[in-house]
Design a protein around this ligand. Structure first.
Ligand code: VGL
Ligand code: ZN
Length: 354
């Protein structure tokens, strides 16, 4: 049996043994250190690697050099204690948030209906997928975001003449149409904007969440895109990173480690939310069958971009095993190690300055 299995999400709190027991399990020659061979065995178990798994060797040096804090080529018990609390525990016992992005009427059957966009996808198809995940009670918290625009919003094609064009704009206000990208002049600086039909205006039917979407028990709600002069695809920041929503505060106050993203639209708001989740250091999981997009080309590009950033792409059938840590993808383990390295540097700075 894999020694890590008894520490997984569901039974972590009842596991009586401590990091010392785990340490001695891998310290095969009982010399009080984990050398590279012993550490390799630990990493293989941690990621449930099979004998022919080729992913692990390429990452071993990176991981070892993070965990071997004093860089002496061995992991001692002290170093392992930090690794246990700040790296391994995050992998075995993650705190999980589901972000349901913009599952609003306008994107489903309203003015920006995805079914009328290039990919011809049905936005309502995400509703049963999200509901089924919520019914299984797999997440510590759930956050619903909503696009929530004022009438004079910069992204509405209907408003294109309200603002000054920048000389670099390839499209002028007269000929601008939906999905064109224009450049406005804003306080002397160019501001690039894709034009959309008027959608999700504050308080309208189109801005309401789809009526069949399940309301989770521990739920938070975020509105975005309220500033008339800047668009806001991600649920974390507006497109120019001028202002933040409450999302990062909600996640850190709840000690979230893992962010699962779902909703509409794959290649716009869900994608940007996943991108910024990684930038915040969260282990980020994209549930592809719980998302629908604008264009197939946009979806493919977004997918490539997110994979390169270390996002784990999956579909809802794997989510129960992921949330319970029965499946432990390496890319998320690497993300956890990078977080750990940051945390360690902060601890070190604090102890040095006190
Ligand atoms: C979105 C376009 C414009 C989205 C929002 O939620 O994906 N797309 N505003
Ligand atoms: Zn919008």
């Amino acid at each position: 049996m894999n020694p890590f299995d008894k520490y997984m999400n569901d039974n972590f709190s009842t596991a009586a043994e401590t990091y010392q027991t785990v340490f001695s399990t891998y310290d095969k020659n009982s010399d009080g250190f984990l050398d590279e061979t012993e550490f390799t065995e630990l990493v293989k178990n941690l990621f449930n690697a099979k004998g022919d798994d080729t992913r692990i060797p390429s990452q071993l040096d990176t991981l070892f050099s993070i965990i071997d804090l004093n860089q002496d080529g061995l992991v001692n018990l002290e170093e392992f204690r930090y690794a246990w609390f700040y790296w391994i525990r995050q992998i075995l016992r993650p705190v999980r948030a589901l972000i349901v992005v913009d599952v609003q009427n306008d994107f489903i059957s309203g003015s920006l209906s995805l079914s009328k966009c290039a990919a011809g996808q049905d936005g309502s198809a995400v509703v049963p997928v999200v509901n089924s995940l919520l019914n299984q009670d797999l997440f510590d918290i759930v956050v619903y975001s909503s696009d929530w625009h004022p009438e004079d919003h910069i992204s509405f094609v209907e408003n294109v003449k309200m603002r000054t064009m920048h000389p670099t704009s390839k499209t002028d206000a007269e000929s601008a149409k939906v999905l064109d990208t224009v450049v406005f002049e804003f306080k002397g600086v160019p501001r690039v904007q894709t034009l959309w039909p008027k959608h999700c205006t504050q308080g309208s039917w189109g801005a309401q969440l789809h009526p069949d979407l399940k309301v989770a028990e521990k739920a938070f709600y975020i509105n975005k895109g309220m500033n008339p002069d800047v668009d806001s695809y991600s649920s974390f920041w507006d497109n120019d990173k001028l202002s933040k929503t409450e999302l990062s505060t909600i996640l850190s106050e709840n000690r979230v480690t893992d962010v699962y993203v779902s909703g509409l639209a794959y290649d716009v708001c869900v994608g940007f939310t996943a991108h910024h989740a990684v930038e915040h250091g969260f282990r980020t999981i994209f549930i592809e069958d719980a998302a629908r997009g604008v264009s197939l080309d946009g979806i493919a590009k977004m997918r490539e971009d997110l994979l390169a950033r270390g996002v784990y792409m999956t579909d809802s059938s794997e989510v129960p095993a992921l949330t319970k840590s029965e499946v432990r993808p390496l890319c998320l383990g690497i993300q956890a190690a990078l977080n750990y390295q940051v945390a360690w540097k902060i601890v070190k700075q604090k102890t040095q300055s006190s």
